[in-house]
Design a protein around this ligand. Sequence first.
Ligand SMILES: Cc1ncc(C[n+]2csc(CCOP(=O)(O)OP(=O)(O)O)c2C)c(N)n1
Ligand code: SF4
Ligand SMILES: [Mg+2]
Length: 334
Amino acid sequence: MSITFEPPASFAQCLLGTVEEHHELDEYQTGVPRWCNGCGDNGILAAMQRLCRDYDLAPERTVFVSGIGCSSRLPHYMRTYGFHGLHGRALPIAEGIKMSRPDLTVFVSTGDGDCLSIGAGHWLHALRYNMDMTVLLHDNSIYGLTKKQVSPTSPLGTKSNTTPKGSYLEALNPLQAALGIQNVSFIAQMVDWAPEMLYDILQAAYLHKGMSFVRIIQRCPEFMPGFFDPYMNDPERVLLLTHDDALTPSANMKKLFRNQRVHDPADMAAAREIAGISDPIPVGILFRDPTVPRLEVIRGAGSVRTPDRIRTGLDAELDKFTIWPDGDADRTGA
Ligand SMILES: Cc1ncc(C[n+]2csc(CCOP(=O)(O)OP(=O)(O)O)c2C)c(N)n1
Ligand code: SF4
Ligand SMILES: [Mg+2]
């Protein structure tokens, strides 16, 4: 890590760490991921670490929150703050953090079971609250950590420990559900096996002010072996959404994914129609509206703890213990 020191304006500023810092990739990495070989979570983690490095996110001002599941282990591998919460409860934890410390950058990792099953109530309201955070839905269409039970996104007929004869219902479509919620502001979808575009989507999600919800189609070779192979082996089965005001994929990506559609992310009706397409898998930004109100702003969150107020308060506290030269009436206030 290289640190450039500016002369601090005050001791309080020094304490608050307002010195400029630059971090290398390995400074966001910690631990050895315990995911299986070929698990899509590995690629999602790598993209997140790159994003933190490229935006020089201060580790002490960045929080990764998760529920429970294989995917929810992600905060363990980020050298930032992290909160590995309770099953289905990642979003209310993240909301609490954002409400009390809106100055922090908040990311959430949640699985299809964690978010869409036990956490579904929280999920719908989080979309409506539209608090500024980036939410990654690691959707492998199965409960991975607990060794293969159907999840809401398992396709009809999925054989699992809870449905040995095959699951009974059509899968829930989280994109369509999310786009039906009032106040929703950013919905995107990506596949884990296109790392360049995965990064681009995470970047757009991070830059969006409001709740960015990114569904990442994630491979689970352990319990859904080969499930996404037909899509991986045939790029025509991925539909690339492009627009000057959204994802602008590189020439290489456009060459690889030839099945393309120009889609303006401001167009909600078109977004809803695209959300209904499952084959080919649409990837890109389906909907984005930066003007949607955010709950933490409406509620004046963090007004007690803005950096300026903290600095002023700390300076005032420290001044109490300063020994001023005799007779310096102005400074002692005497
Ligand atoms: C209250 C509660 N109920 C059930 C569980 C058991 N449990 C742990 S993870 C999990 C499902 C995980 O699936 P998903 O969210 O899709 O994550 P993945 O492992 O696939 O990444 C379940 C049912 C739990 N830990 N807590
Ligand atoms: S069980 Fe599936 S989701 Fe869990 S680590 Fe292994 S491949 Fe990944
Ligand atoms: Mg899952």
